[in-house]
Ligand binder design. Structure first.
Ligand SMILES: [Mn+2]
Length: 295
């Protein structure tokens, strides 16, 4: 039996060595505060496994994205029991790779972990905006006793002072809606998605800084497309329209790091895992394209 590299895309060493790779995958199977369905800790492994059965040629871009190099790090799990300290550990780990000039993709895990790489990106780049694809606003002051819950992550990001754009939101509490209104947060609601294309996105992106952190909660998608997530919400994004939005984002802005979170795989339906793997790969392709156009 031949040796299968346990990396994203099942790439040979020349396309997956850390030193020469443009992209770095950081699996963070972090799950502490999920509310309903469990299983996001299994997300990163499922995404990497699915990516190994994925064609590496991208027909839309006419290129093999993997040629840029994709290094897969060993899974990173913070040792700290407390949430604040755990987030600080993830922040330090993420900062190492962004500082090394890598294009960092964090694979979750639950959405609470996002605060770590957002703070790492801000440590290194100063002013950043945060673009969030998500079904849920995640703007709660706190949830189930912690301000570091998955349901509070964007509240912390806003309080850190980062301008945000949230896309696909269709689930939030009244206090979250009040907070969003008071702070004039920019939100593209779920029911507006059908009419929201790349041109509309470009106009909204003009309000944000040049450097962007992208956080992608997989429950943004219609659960008919991605049933494997802990708190599914009807409605949401579809595949090709979402890719068009992502391509526009990477064209218009300099994305400094991103994450893909909240996949909770279940065996009988691997389609969600494959969608997540392909989404990560498409983002890398758009990322490289955007940077090439920027020169
Ligand atoms: Mn979320």
């Amino acid at each position: 039996m031949s040796f299968l590299p346990p990396n994203f895309g099942q790439l040979p060493p020349e396309e997956s060595d850390y030193a020469t790779s443009r992209f770095v995958i950081l699996p963070v199977p972090f799950e502490r505060t999920t509310s309903y369905g469990k299983g996001t800790a299994n997300g990163p492994a499922a995404i990497v496994r699915a990516s190994q059965s994925m064609e590496l040629y991208d027909e839309e871009l006419g290129a093999e994205i993997a040629a840029h190099g994709i290094a897969t790090l060993p899974p990173f799990l913070p040792e700290s029991f407390g949430m604040e300290a755990a987030i600080a550990e993830i922040r330090a780990e993420a900062r190492t790779h962004i500082a090394a000039g890598k294009r960092l993709l964090v694979l979750g895990g639950e959405h609470s972990l996002t605060l770590g790489p957002v703070r790492a990106a801000a440590d290194l780049h100063g002013e950043i905006g945060v673009v969030q694809f998500d079904a849920h606003a995640d703007l709660r002051e706190e949830y189930e006793g912690t301000p570091y819950s998955h349901a509070s992550v964007m509240r912390r990001v806003v309080e850190d002072g980062h301008p945000t754009l949230a896309i696909g939101i269709r689930s939030l509490s009244r206090p979250e809606a009040d907070f969003a209104r008071e702070r004039r947060l920019d939100i593209v609601w779920g029911h507006e998605l059908a009419a929201f294309g790349p041109e509309a996105l470009a106009a909204r992106l003009e309000r944000l800084p040049e450097r962007i952190y992208l956080t992608f909660d997989i429950d943004y998608f219609d659960p008919a497309l991605v049933p494997a997530t802990g708190t599914p919400e009807p409605g949401g994004g579809h595949w090709y329209p979402t890719l068009a939005l992502l391509r526009e984002l990477f064209r218009r802005k300099r994305v400094v790091a991103m994450d893909l979170v909240e996949l909770a795989p279940f065996g009988p339906l691997p389609a969600s895992d494959f969608l997540a793997a392909k989404l990560a790969y498409k983002c890398m392709g758009y990322w490289a394209e955007g940077e090439r156009r920027a020169g």
